[in-house]
Design a protein around this ligand. Sequence first.
Ligand code: ZN
Length: 172
Amino acid sequence: MAVRTILHYPDKRLRVKAEPVREVTPEIRALVDDMAETMYAAPGVGLAAPQIGVALRLFVIDVAPADGPSDLRVFVDPTIVAREGTTSWEEGCLSFPGIREDIERAERVTVRARDLDGNTFELTAEGLLAIAIQHENDHLDGKLMIDHVSLLKRRMMDRELRKRQATQQPRA
Ligand code: ZN
């Protein structure tokens, strides 16, 4: 297992439409181990494969409280099959360090995906889990939180992120 480097906006690899995983191989399981370790190290509640430069339709989520037992969920080739209601949450993203924005999304979603045994499952979620599923699923289509905010806010976020990047030391 290894902690991978998380790509930051405006890295172009965050805009790629990811390809289906299709078969859950040992390499995919190893990738998921790395993704979970990277997410927990950040720390974050979700991480999609494109955020570490792997253009595959795959994400991990753990919305369990930090002081309780972990609840890692793996979504392989997910599809959101139902959306209900509207809600707004203050979201963050590991690819937008230090930025938090109110974003409007569906209140409840049903997602169909496969697990690491290759079995299809369906899950209806609400609350933070529903938000995380929609946020991570967006990453698989190259869609980012900045695409959900107004043009004015987008310009402000863009400026803030470029400023941060300019003062950042080069990273290995
Ligand atoms: Zn994100």
